[in-house]
Design a protein around this ligand. Structure first.
Ligand SMILES: NC(=O)c1ccc[n+]([C@@H]2O[C@H](COP(=O)([O-])OP(=O)(O)OC[C@H]3O[C@@H](n4cnc5c(N)ncnc54)[C@H](OP(=O)(O)O)[C@@H]3O)[C@@H](O)[C@H]2O)c1
Length: 157
């Protein structure tokens, strides 16, 4: 089973120049808590944006080229999806924009941190999705510095 997890702005902004657009400590902690102990899958660009491996999680990296240091490198995405979509195990898809697009049709859950802010210079976006096809559960609302955010869980109906 696949679950997407992302922090997005009002226009689904995800990133800019290979980095995150919003920096919320509480969101980092939430991401860590939810993904800890699980497999996390990411695109090569997101992998390169990290300071290192995400500890306590199996780091799976998708690329058409060789990837060093990953726990598992995946080049045949269609095969990976076919082999893992029906498993009970929750595999977290942690970005970025390209990878979310490819996994969206196969995802059971979407954990979104909805940030009440915009970044006009963003160059990576979360894909638009049909919210009527999901239930929406608010997990928590918060504010950090000037940023108001809501942790939301969407589950496929
Ligand atoms: N806000 C958030 O929650 C969040 C989360 C994650 C990332 N981000 C941000 O998103 C941005 C990165 O996103 P992105 O869309 O540019 O890149 P990405 O999705 O992280 O990685 C794209 C790369 O993944 C590989 N790939 C994609 N589809 C593939 C396929 N079908 N088969 C094999 N390999 C495939 C390719 O690697 P190769 O070129 O090596 O073949 C491609 O260049 C950054 O700014 C990052 O900070 C934000």
């Amino acid at each position: 089973m696949f679950s997407l997890i992302a922090a997005v702005g009002k226009n689904l902004e995800l990133g800019r120049k290979g980095q995150l657009v919003f920096h919320i400590k509480e969101d980092m902690k939430y991401f860590r808590d939810i993904t800890m102990g699980h497999k996390v899958l990411m695109g090569r660009k997101t992998w390169e944006s990290l300071p290192g491996k995400l500890k306590g999680r199996e780091n799976i990296v998708v690329s058409r080229h060789d990837v060093e240091r990953a726990d598992l490198a995946v080049s045949d995405l269609a095969k990976f999806i076919a082999e893992n979509e029906k498993t009970k195990e929750e595999i977290f898809i942690i970005g970025g924009g390209q990878i979310y697009v490819e996994f969206l049709p196969h995802a059971e859950n979407i954990y979104l941190t909805e940030v009440e802010a915009e970044e006009s210079r963003a160059d990576a976006f979360f894909p638009e999705f049909d919210k009527s096809k999901y239930t929406r559960e608010v997990i928590k609302e918060g504010k950090e510095n000037d940023l108001t955010y809501t942790f939301v869980k969407y589950c496929k109906k």
